[in-house]
Design a protein around this ligand. Sequence first.
Ligand SMILES: O=C(O)CCC(=O)C(=O)O
Length: 258
Amino acid sequence: MLNAEQLANLDRDGFLVVPDAVPPEMLEALRERIEELFESEGENAGGEFKKEAGARRLANCVDKGEVFEAAIQIPIMLEAKAHILGPEFKLSSLNVRSTNPMSEADQPLHVDMNGVRDEKGYWVANTIFMLDDFTPENGATRVVPGSHRWGKRPQEEMADPFAAHPEQILVTGKAGTLVICNSHTWHGGTANRTDTQRRAMHAFFCRADKPQQQYQKKLLRPETQAGLSPALRKLLAIDDVQNDLLSAEVAVTSGFLK
Ligand SMILES: O=C(O)CCC(=O)C(=O)O
């Protein structure tokens, strides 16, 4: 369980860093499976969603191994999602992003799904799994604390969202750390100036009344769907008719609309 201070920090800053939140055996299994997938998918990796210069990407991970099903059910992560989004929420997508060694550019500061809070409140919430240590040199995520409360997007306020923001900080930590984010908080990946990959997995959730970024019912193979527990069917909105209407028509988006 998250304590009152952690929840207050999440409310104030728009993100919460939880060290040692991923069990070591899950961390190892994620790394191993992810490298297998990069190898087997080759040039197609990330193709269900998007490719990005300077980074390796995978998408639709729930369909690609049981370890991913376990990862999206980490209890404190789900507790934090309910805190941000309210009780009715679902997985929007599960992606991997691995910043390449010596990648040159920062991502622009952005909010996920280009979203600002609406009359019902916040509706997007990501979780960054640190699969490697995040350091100031290797592409740690930059975040502007408190910006989720501004109700604005960086591109509306900044002349250049690629530039450093005066209030931004770098989120660093050890592999196995979770960064639980309110995704209306302005954030972005940074350049990796080392000679090794910086791997992260993004477990991205949204409120039940919003479309999924990746329509899970369409993407998951029938055999994967047949093996899902009732809890996972609910989390992935497999039997949710409203989600069918909301998500089926959503085009795969490019740019930083995650
Ligand atoms: O991987 C990261 O550090 C953040 C990535 C991100 O925000 C994105 O790809 O939209």
